[in-house]
Design a protein around this ligand. Structure first.
Ligand SMILES: NC(=O)c1ccc[n+]([C@@H]2O[C@H](COP(=O)([O-])OP(=O)(O)OC[C@H]3O[C@@H](n4cnc5c(N)ncnc54)[C@H](OP(=O)(O)O)[C@@H]3O)[C@@H](O)[C@H]2O)c1
Length: 282
């Protein structure tokens, strides 16, 4: 059962609420995984220059026989390319690697406030150019904290359509989500099952048993009911199918609250903290 809902972004474009992420899928396995995902019914793929598999994503989209316009594809600007001219060149390379004349969504991958003199504003203005010339249908950010979003609001004309941040039951990231809700910026939850790290939690396994679903389905359904966008990654076809079957059941408010209460604050964070993240690819 699919029926993936669309979410309308602040620029009027729509995005499927459930997609497929390709972080840590080797380039040689990416086309096969994306083809399988498209076969199952996924119509939203989340990649990034940093993942090294944009070419293979493009190949699978082209080989699917589906119309390009039926598949929502996101990519992201790598950390080495925040200087405006570098960002322009990097975006050209992303489009040529994907083999597309547009992406549906293009994001600044990390704000890098300790690099580039803390200037992610000029970088954002270059993404506004890509939206202006139609080569990025929507633009957004990733791993931006409230103060980074406030600065864009004060110094630029376009609000990001999305902010892609780490969110899962052990790290619910409420302050950043709340800012997004108040300002029309949709939250995309990365590592939605904490790369498997929340699936043996006894609250989650108890709810899964009660509703007759798997722990991954329960956690992904929790995200969906909170209104966030998710794109779980898997190279295992049975899990790809499992993760797509989220729309034939509902969690009641007590179960939703019990999962939200698993939040461990900063201790639950699994990835880098955006305030200090300063990794440049070699
Ligand atoms: N913007 C950012 O900075 C950022 C950072 C991280 C991730 N992301 C995006 O978010 C996407 C998802 O996050 P993620 O890849 O970090 O982690 P994730 O989706 O939370 O978890 C992926 C892991 O869980 C396993 N898994 C998937 N479905 C499962 C299931 N039903 N039961 C048991 N295990 C399951 C996968 O194993 P197998 O593959 O072996 O099946 C894989 O090891 C990424 O692919 C990427 O697109 C963005």
């Amino acid at each position: 059962m699919s029926a993936v809902p669309n979410i309308t972004l602040n620029d009027g474009n729509t995005i499927p609420q459930l997609g497929f992420g390709v972080f840590q899928i080797e380039p040689r396995g990416t086309a096969e995984a994306v083809s399988e995902a498209l076969e199952i019914g996924y119509r939203h793929i989340d990649t990034a220059e940093m993942y090294g598999n944009e070419k293979e994503v493009g190949e699978a989209v082209r080989d699917s026989g589906l119309d390009r316009s039926d598949i929502f594809v996101t990519s992201k600007l790598n950390n080495s390319f925040h200087e405006p001219d570098d960002a322009r060149k990097a975006f050209d390379t992303t489009l040529s690697d994907l083999g597309f004349d547009y992406v549906d969504l293009f994001l600044i991958h990390w704000p890098l406030p300790t690099l580039y003199d803390g200037d992610y504003v000029s970088t954002w203005k270059v993404l506004e150019e890509f939206k202006g010339d139609g080569r990025a249908r929507s633009i957004g950010v990733s791993n931006f904290h409230v103060e980074h979003l406030e600065r864009l609001a004060a110094e630029t004309d376009t609000a990001p359509a999305v902010n892609q941040i780490e969110v899962h039951p052990y790290f619910t990231n409420e302050d950043v989500r709340a800012y997004g809700q108040e300002h029309g910026i949709v939250t995309e939850a990365w590592s939605p099952i904490a790369q498997g790290g929340v699936l043996e939690d006894e609250t989650i396994t108890r709810i899964a048993e009660k509703v007759g679903k798997t722990p991954a389905q329960v956690v992904l359904r929790w995200h969906i009911q909170r209104g966030d966008i998710v794109f779980p990654k898997s190279v295992t076809p049975s899990r790809m199918k499992e993760n797509f079957e989220l729309f034939d059941f509902e969690l009641d408010s007590a179960d939703m609250d019990a999962i939200t209460a698993l939040d461990q604050g900063e201790d639950g964070r699994t990835g880098p903290n955006p305030d200090t993240m300063d990794k440049l690819p070699s």
